[in-house]
Write a protein that binds this ligand. Structure first.
Ligand code: ADP
Ligand code: MG
Length: 442
């Protein structure tokens, strides 16, 4: 048995049979494209490829590390797709910072982006920047709520410019900081400066996370200055206007507004419908207009939900050998809607919180008072209260607390934090979206 197969077999022991049969079983390991630090699998369609990328790539990478001692990047390619220049269908993920940073999602292109009145201004600005980088709008600052297409739009510019031979770096604030501290520790700051200051285009996602990070802001300021002086294009995204980012140094805030600040609003029904159609087209899923309309009415503004829904419909229709009619979609998604609102189970919450905050589920349920554990416990309780039908006494019992008053105390604390801290609010919203939009796997 080749190593890829044996890794998938190890994964089988950790997940449910349904998950295994629906997704993992369809993967094929490509010996010829894999190396010790980069392993490659093939998936039959983009939905499965994306699903694996989001849910399992990290786990697969860790299993490889257990076996070989090296933690590889994981790439999922499409079966039967000859890699054509300019039409790359690979989706990749990587646990290695520098590999992650340079990877643009090849499907985040202008062609795949639906422009509508909610995003027209940002779309046009991005398009202009892709045609005349570092000319008119520098930096370009795009802001708006979760799942409204900020990353997609920013990477569309990156993809165009990369095709024109520009050196494009895409990174998050967190990765930028990690990179900085690692190079600092290894006394390789020259490498850091070389990398960030010699690129042609710097894309930094979610800069609201710079909030209150003094050292990152300092380093970022110098990088920003160096790049602008060299007439290199910078694009930034955030969940809010620079003025509204608390704990941001004045000199950065003013620079963020130097170029163009463009917002994206939640899509209207028409745009939502067009986005669903676009996603169907990209993923090779056929849906009748009626079904598309139905989906558009049940999702809120976050377009991230769409892929989860299509993936679920597709998987069910294959499994049950049925066409996706409106009736069928209603049945499948009724479940999803109900789950979304009240039958998310506590385990889904514990798994996500634990992974996101790096605290073990057993610690979350313990009486440990360490700061980070108390924090994770509060987040888990809040999400459980919001997303599951569990009552306060049930929650108190589950989390090993005295009684329901301990839960209501926690809820008050969290609500206070939500009111005070925009960053925290966004994080919670994202976590909650992650939990509610993942198609249920039981
Ligand atoms: P954000 O960065 O604003 O949170 P993303 O760019 O990650 O949002 O978008 C979330 C998902 O929704 C992606 O799959 C993206 O392709 C899709 N999406 C969002 N807006 C649009 C749009 N206008 N047209 C096509 N796809 C979109
Ligand atoms: Mg984003």
């Amino acid at each position: 048995m080749n190593i890829g197969k044996s890794i998938l077999k190890m994964l089988k022991d950790e997940i449910t049979d349904v998950e295994y049969n629906r997704y993992i079983k369809q993967l094929e390991y490509c010996t010829e494209s894999s190396r010790s630090d980069l392993v490659c699998f093939k998936a039959p369609n983009p939905l499965i490829a994306n699903w694996i990328k989001n849910r399992y790539a990290e786990k697969i990478s860790t299993l490889f590390e257990l076996k070989t001692g090296i933690k590889p990047a994981v790439t999922i390619e499409l079966k039967n797709s000859k890699k054509q220049a300019g039409k790359n269908t690979t989706v990749s993920t990587s646990s290695n910072d520098s590999a992650k940073q340079s990877l643009l999602n090849p499907s985040y292109t202008f062609e795949n982006f639906v422009a509508g009145s909610s995003n027209q201004f940002a779309y046009t600005a991005a398009k202009n920047v892709s045609e005349k980088p570092a000319d008119i709008y520098n930096p370009l600052f795009i802001y708006g709520g979760v799942g409204l297409g900020k990353t997609h739009l920013m990477q569309s510019v990156g993809n165009v410019l990369q095709k024109h031979g520009k050196n494009v770096i895409y990174t998050s604030v967190e990765q930028f900081l990690n990179d900085f501290t690692r190079n600092m520790r290894n006394h390789t700051m020259e490498r850091f400066k070389d990398k960030y200051r010699k690129c042609d285009v710097l894309l930094i996602d979610d800069v609201q996370f710079l909030s209150n990070k003094i050292q990152t802001q300092e380093e970022f300021f110098h990088t920003f200055e160096a790049l602008r002086n060299e007439k290199k294009q910078i694009i930034l995204t955030a969940d809010k206007h620079p003025k509204q980012i608390a704990g941001l140094e004045e000199r950065l805030r003013s620079r963020f507004e130097w170029g163009l600040v463009a917002d994206i609003q939640p899509p209207e029904l028409e745009t939502k419908i067009a986005i669903i159609k676009k996603k169907c087209e990209i993923n090779g899923v056929h849906l009748d207009n009626e079904v598309v309309n139905y989906i558009a009415t049940i999702i809120d503004s976050n377009a991230r939900e769409i892929e989860g829904i299509l993936s679920k419909l597709h998987a069910y229709s294959q499994l049950m050998h049925q066409q996706i009619t409106t009736e069928f979609a209603k049945n499948v998604l009724k479940d999803q809607l109900r789950e979304k609102h009240d039958t998310i189970n506590i385990n889904q919450i514990m798994t996500n919180v634990s992974k996101e905050l790096n605290v073990k589920p057993s610690e979350i349920r313990s009486k440990n008072r360490s700061r980070n554990i108390v924090y994770a416990r509060r987040v888990a309780i809040y999400l459980a209260r919001e997303l599951t039908p569990m009552s306060m006494p049930q929650l108190a019992q589950y989390f090993g607390m005295k009684d329901h008053t301990a839960i209501s105390h926690t809820m008050r604390k969290i609500n206070q934090l939500l009111n005070e801290d925009e960053n925290f609010k966004v994080k919670i919203k994202e976590l909650s979206n992650k939990i509610t939009t993942a198609p249920a796997l039981k």
